[in-house]
Design a protein around this ligand. Structure first.
Ligand SMILES: *Cc1c(COP(=O)(O)O)cnc(C)c1O
Length: 388
């Protein structure tokens, strides 16, 4: 079977051909070190400066507010660890949510092990943080609130503006992991009001291993990675110029095509979700019915194993995931599915299909043909199902 239908865009996306083309010169004749003062170095530096402008424009920031780094994981580590360590005088309490990506949760737990205080807020059954619970959790020693913009597993978008307002009323700084929204839906730091924001290029058709942290002017962060003076002394190491240029090109394309892509993936996502619910009994949607990422379909099928569905879909040429791509491989249902209160039996049958700009209606229809017999055959093998 050589059919390949890719529906795992929340895990990663293919590099756009235009992005690839924009990167090539920076591997070839514009390969200089941007810190070198000769002409090839200056040529690289010009590429870097332009890329910073384009990247900043994606989120309505200014270039000096962008720190390039190796991706979403590093941006989250930098925001949380550096902020807490640099601003110890502001307090030692961090607030986050139970459905964050491991890059946030694990970092917060690390800091907790080093003596910081941590509150992990629960979420409602749709995966949203209740604003009043955030308000109640803020203490005089709270220094930072870190809550993601949209969840990678269930697609739920947080009422971020409201959460930021509450945080700012208490004079506390707000960071958001916006890796799933940046380049996908409009993300405007002025509108949202956030103080720090993490994003990653490979989630919006740019190359892997590159991302950025937005840090609002006036906020001080000591660097995590020590060495040379790059990134205004906030992240040492020779810049990944081809990656940065590629991300900037991806940002530009994302901005230009956003409305069109969003409309298409929203339509196809609804079509797929409705098709699944209508044809397969004992199925439930996970995540918020309206406030969710366009094209993000996440469901749970009772009495089956998510991993088995993913493998059988793969056999039919369809790429999907279950729980989270990062936690797949363990038998525990993901922390996100547990946090929204799913019973373990239900959470085990999770399937995530995340659509992208190149998916077609024919592909969605193919999946709607392929999936029901897979669920039926898996249920027929399940002792739990025959008893039900
Ligand atoms: C993918 C992802 C990350 C990690 O980004 P990398 O660039 O792969 O390190 C962080 N947070 C969320 C929500 C993600 O989806």
């Amino acid at each position: 079977m050589d059919k390949k239908i890719y529906m795992d865009h929340s895990a990663t996306t293919p590099v756009d051909p235009e992005v690839f083309a924009a990167m090539m010169p920076f591997y070839q004749y514009r390969f200089g070190n941007p810190s070198s003062i000769h002409s090839i170095g200056r040529d690289a530096r010009i590429g870097l400066v332009e890329a910073r402008e384009k990247t900043a424009a994606l989120i309505n920031a200014v270039p000096e507010e962008i720190i390039f780094c190796s991706g979403g994981t590093e941006a989250n580590n930098l925001a949380i660890t550096s902020y807490m360590e640099t601003n110890r005088n502001q307090g030692n309490h961090i607030i986050t949510s139970a459905i964050e990506h491991d890059a946030v949760l694990d970092t917060c737990h690390y800091l907790e092990s080093r003596g910081f205080d941590l509150t992990v807020l629960p979420v409602d059954p749709y995966g949203q943080v209740e604003p009043n619970q955030l308000r109640a959790a803020i203490r005089p020693n709270t220094a930072l609130v870190s809550i993601m913009h949209a969840n990678n597993e269930i697609g739920t978008i947080q009422p971020l503006k409201k959460l930021v307002e509450i945080t700012h009323e208490a004079g506390v700084v707000f960071h958001t992991d916006a890796v799933q929204t940046t380049g996908k839906i409009p993300v405007d730091i002025k509108h949202l009001g956030v103080d720090m924001l993490s994003a990653s290029s490979h989630k919006f058709y740019g190359p892997k291993g590159i991302g950025f942290l937005y840090v609002k002017k006036g906020i001080t962060l000591e660097r995590l990675i020590h060495g040379g003076g790059q990134e205004s002394k906030r992240r040492a190491g020779t810049e990944n110029v081809p990656g940065i240029v590629g991300m900037a090109k991806a940002a530009e394309i994302a901005t230009n095509n956003m409305q069109e892509t969003q409309k298409k993936t929203t339509y196809l996502g609804h079509y797929l979700m409705k098709g699944i619910i209508d044809t397969i009994p004992d199925t439930r949607i996970t995540g918020h019915p309206e406030h969710r990422l366009p094209g993000s379909v996440s469901v749970c099928f009772d009495y089956v194993e998510g991993e088995s569905i993913v493998l059988m879909l793969d056999h039919k040429g369809v790429m999907s995931s279950s729980g989270s791509a990062c936690t797949s491989g363990t038998l525990e249902p993901s922390h996100v599915l547990r946090a929204i209160g799913l019973k373990s039996e239900t959470a085990h049958g999770s399937l995530r299909l995340t659509l992208g700009k190149n998916n077609t209606l024919e592909e969605v229809q193919y999946v709607l043909q392929a999936l029901p017999p897979i669920i039926t055959s898996l249920r027929n093998m399940s002792p739990l199902y025959s008893e039900a």
